[in-house]
Design a protein around this ligand. Structure first.
Ligand code: PEP
Ligand code: MN
Length: 353
């Protein structure tokens, strides 16, 4: 249920309305939007509550919401959520670019890639220290040492960092080193992990399960929000279809649909979404044209020798830089802010690894 507040209602009055809601034994979540303030109600309310609230001074309307997710829904929070991480804004009109290797491999590798991400105009360094591999004998990541390597590279090159966390026990250590925690596609419904992420405030990038519906995806986000962490971004990373040519089918439709259903930022992952380097550029552009709030793109200085199989979908640094230059023009066309002014072409003539 949501309560729509009349314009020009005082804060004091809103506080009184909240008291009426809480006295009924349910939770009130106030969202102050540019156009209107709404109060979302969570919990099992008595059927008479909606009539009671409708009659209160300052209440314009009370609407029943039938969706199973509430806090993730745009009904509860009409304005876009903008997550501000050390001055980098994610959501709304801002376009954020996250780039880096599939996995952190060594201090030199992550340092050199961080330099190139920054030089291209990216704002966030990606890299997995814990890798969710399909097979148990594949390289599983360098672990906590990798978190440290990435944090050092991020600090040195003035980039935010994002890394994947797979289990509740590792949430605290990952949050100690990284600015954003990624939940991978295979863990979208790892409810213990989601609950644990709800207890902290570190922003979370939640990837869509490769067979998850929009409803299931938004309910997974709801777990984190319901726990008390409002800083969630949704990531479309491709779903499993009958098509074998691509690794996954990047569901571009998910971008506007999720933005209609939810206020959370939507990030697209054209690397895992296609699994093929030559498709990353066109699908990055298509994602931005469809309204994505950002991209997470794999880039590697030596993709042929990358320690995960994801070299085949990793851009070379010069391709990554050229893509970001084009995205700057595209962003302007679709009303997004993205500035690669600081990018320097010379940095892309050579790289160390
Ligand atoms: C990754 O980002 O490297 C990754 C493993 O992603 P996904 O969970 O989408 O497969
Ligand atoms: Mn990968």
């Amino acid at each position: 249920m949501i309560v729509i507040i009349k314009p020009e209602t005082t804060e004091e009055r809103i506080g009184e309305i909240v008291k009426h809601i809480e006295n009924a034994g349910v939770q009130a979540h106030v969202s102050r939007g540019t156009d209107r303030t709404v109060i979302g109600i969570i919990g099992q309310a008595e059927p008479t509550l909606s009539e009671h609230l409708r009659q209160l001074k300052g209440v314009e309307n009370v609407i029943k919401i039938s969706k199973s997710y509430k806090l993730a829904s745009r009904d509860f929070h009409p304005d876009d959520t903008i997550i501000d991480i050390k001055g980098v804004k994610i959501g709304g009109d801002n376009l954020v670019i996250m780039g880096g290797p599939c996995a952190v491999e060594s201090p030199d590798q992550i340092d050199e890639i961080a330099r190139l991400v920054k030089a291209a105009g990216g704002q966030v360094l990606r890299g997995g220290a814990f890798k969710p591999r399909t097979g148990p004998y594949s390289f599983q990541g360098v672990g906590v040492e990798g978190l440290k390597m990435m944090a050092d590279a991020g600090k040195k090159h003035d980039l935010l960092t994002i890394t994947e966390v797979m289990t509740p026990e590792y949430v605290d250590v990952c949050a100690e080193y990284a600015d954003i925690l990624q939940v991978g596609t295979r863990n979208m419904q790892n409810f213990d992990l989601l609950r644990k992420l709800g207890t902290i405030k570190t922003p979370v990038l939640l990837k869509r399960g490769f067979s998850a519906t929009y409803d299931e995806f938004l309910n997974a986000a709801e777990y984190i929000l319901a726990g008390g962490n409002p800083n969630v971004m949704l990531c479309e990373r491709g779903i499993r279809t009958f098509e074998q040519y691509t690794r996954n089918t990047l569901d571009l439709t998910a971008i506007p649909v999720l933005q209609q259903l939810s206020h959370l930022p939507v990030i697209s992952d054209p690397s895992h979404g296609t699994g093929r380097r030559e498709l990353v550029e066109p699908m990055s552009k298509a994602s931005v044209a469809a309204g994505a709030n950002g991209l997470i793109v794999e880039m590697h200085t030596d993709p042929d020798n990358s320690m995960t199989g994801d070299g085949v979908q990793s851009l070379f640094p010069d391709q990554f830089a050229a893509l970001l230059k084009d995205l700057e023009k595209l962003a302007a066309l679709v009303g997004k802010r993205f500035d690669t002014e600081k990018a320097s072409a010379e940095d892309f003539a050579t790289w160390k690894i």
